[in-house]
Write a protein that binds this ligand. Structure first.
Ligand code: AP5
Length: 228
């Protein structure tokens, strides 16, 4: 509630950028700092694949090829997750929307709840550097904290800084061939959404070739006033 006793408006952020741009890395930091929920459709789809649900069975081969999963499947998964109570305070959309149909569905879902996108942030990177970023990535199996062979090693070798686990995983779609296809899919189907959010007056571009901490500072400067 704000000072006048009316419910405060939720802060809803969209992170746009190609594979490796840093959407997941930055979404986790924004989640901690601003108390928002990171909602990654990639993570939701990987969970569906691991659980062997009908959606997961349909998505698996598509993800391994580096193509986009159908709007129907992704929007249904997202709608279910957004219905959870923890999303009411605000959401960081990481990897969603990725098509014009998904952007329209998101606008409609938020409007149903009296909300809207507060800020859409485009992480601007050089494609050529993304293959190294993605293929060097590994993730803590315990808590999901992200690391990189070159750019972000745990402080103690083989031990997660965040939870102390010594188990790490690598994604099956993090190979050079699949990353190239994921980049093609991004430019063909997702990059046009930059104009969609620009037309709504909520778009900001951030240099995401900068070091991780510098990118976080830029994002905080955008989100801070939006949550005030
Ligand atoms: P998804 O899981 O969303 O993958 P992605 O978009 O390809 O993005 P990534 O997770 O690879 O990259 P990121 O931007 O999060 O980078 P990260 O922070 O990890 O989607 C996977 C698949 O699921 C898709 O191909 C598709 O099939 C399907 N899918 C998902 N959503 C969908 C949707 N809405 N519609 C249809 N299909 C969908 O960083 C990468 C590495 O770089 C890390 O190691 C990190 O430490 C490092 N790093 C990050 N920032 C920096 C920096 N500034 N400097 C140096 N290193 C950095």
């Amino acid at each position: 509630m704000d000072g006048a006793g009316t419910p405060a408006k939720a802060t809803n952020l969209v992170l746009l950028g190609p594979p490796g741009a840093g959407k997941g890395t930055q979404a986790r930091r924004l989640e901690e700092r601003f108390g928002l929920v990171q909602l990654s459709t990639g993570d939701l789809l990987r969970a569906a694949v691991a659980q062997g649900t009908q959606a997961g069975l349909a998505a698996r081969a598509v993800m391994e090829r580096g193509d986009l999963v159908s709007d129907e499947i992704v929007i249904a998964i997202l709608r279910d997750r957004m219905a959870c109570d923890d999303c009411r305070a605000g959401v960081i959309f990481d990897g969603f929307p990725r098509t014009a149909a998904q952007a329209e569905a998101l606008d409609a879902l938020l409007a149903e709840a009296g909300g809207a996108i507060t800020a859409a942030i485009s992480l601007v990177v050089d494609d050529a550097a993304m293959v190294e970023r993605v293929s060097g990535r590994f993730t803590c199996a315990g808590c999901g904290e992200g690391y990189h062979d070159r750019f972000k090693q745990p402080s103690a070798t083989g031990i997660c800084d965040n939870c102390g686990s010594d188990a790490f995983t690598r994604r099956p779609d993090d190979n050079a061939e699949t990353v190239a296809q994921r980049l093609r899919a991004y430019h063909a189907q997702t990059a046009p959404l930059i104009a969609h959010y620009d037309a709504k007056g909520v778009l900001t571009g951030v240099d995401a070739m900068a070091p991780i901490d510098a990118v976080s500072e830029s994002l905080t400067a955008i989100v801070d006033p939006a949550t005030a």
